[in-house]
Design a protein around this ligand. Structure first.
Ligand code: SF4
Length: 273
């Protein structure tokens, strides 16, 4: 990133400015987003990542959208932490089908001291295959963050999910401040940040704008910004959430692109953390 392009990145967006972007005519918004996109990216190129759940279900957190939460009965089959060798086999398969990044996710509140050595072996092994590495393991302390960075982890995913104002309606077992602290540790360690949110949980336009403002006004923009469409899973409190207008989803992506011109805005449908 050159000094001149960095200088054009803003970290001081206001709610009024961001709402004005959201409510402009659809084609004007798309044109503006495309113009920003084409100034920084190859217009028709996408980056493909493969995700693997390395530990599934029985999560102590109560994220209302998530079938992996132990608080809800969704019939999900729970799995313990996968063996390192199995993870490496999956990574090799992902590489063979053209993925350049391999993301490993565990349904934990935070990694335990007992699990950390295995997690570090996974990072080293996947990295040695020439793939970029990404993990999502819940909250990290500073030592864990450093250890992951030293093992070669490129990206850490930790989503903010929604605005600070709406957050308590969705999650009560982890604070917004804790999420921001984990992101700060990740940034300090030199790893890249993947952080975004979910639409369709009953949030308002202000909430969508405020989520993007939280991300864009970080000292550095996350390199990767996944925007998820809620997948309604029976048994979770959001199973009957109202569908969102697909055009509103596109508006969210377009505004994310304008606010964070150099970030990879990712289209996703599902739950990440
Ligand atoms: S989103 Fe992550 S932290 Fe929340 S319940 Fe699901 S697995 Fe746990």
């Amino acid at each position: 990133m050159s000094a001149s392009t960095t200088a054009t990145l803003r970290h001081d967006w206001s709610l009024a400015e961001v709402k004005a972007l959201f409510v402009q005519p659809f084609n004007d918004l798309l044109f503006q987003a495309q113009t920003v996109h084409r100034a920084h990216f190859d217009a028709n190129r996408v980056q493909v990542s493969t995700l693997l759940s390395i530990k599934t279900g029985a999560c102590p957190e109560d994220c209302k959208y998530c079938p992996q939460s132990g608080h809800y009965n969704t019939g999900l089959e729970k799995e313990k932490l996968m063996e390192v060798q199995k993870v490496l086999e999956e990574a090799a398969r992902a590489k063979a089908i053209g993925s350049t990044r391999f993301c490993m996710g565990a349904a934990w509140k935070h990694p335990s001291a007992k699990d950390m050595p295995y997690v570090l072996q996974m990072v080293k092994g996947v990295k040695a295959m020439g793939l970029e590495t990404c993990m999502t393991l819940g909250r990290l302390d500073q030592d864990q963050t450093e250890a992951l960075a030293q093992a070669g982890l490129d990206y850490y995913n930790h989503n903010l999910d929604t605005s600070p104002e709406f957050y308590a309606s969705i999650i009560t077992t982890r604070t917004y401040g804790e999420r921001l602290q984990t992101l700060a540790y990740v940034r300090e360690s030199g790893m890249k940040i993947c952080s975004g949110g979910i639409l369709g949980m009953g949030e308002s336009l202000d909430d969508r704008a405020n989520l993007l403002i939280q991300l864009a006004n970080l000292p550095e923009h996350p390199e990767s910004v996944p925007i998820n469409m809620l997948v309604k899973v029976a048994g979770t409190p959001l199973e009957n959430a109202e569908d969102i207008d697909p055009f509103d989803f596109i508006r969210m992506l377009a505004v994310a692109r304008i606010l964070m011109p150099q970030s990879h805005v990712r289209l996703s449908a599902g739950v990440k953390r």
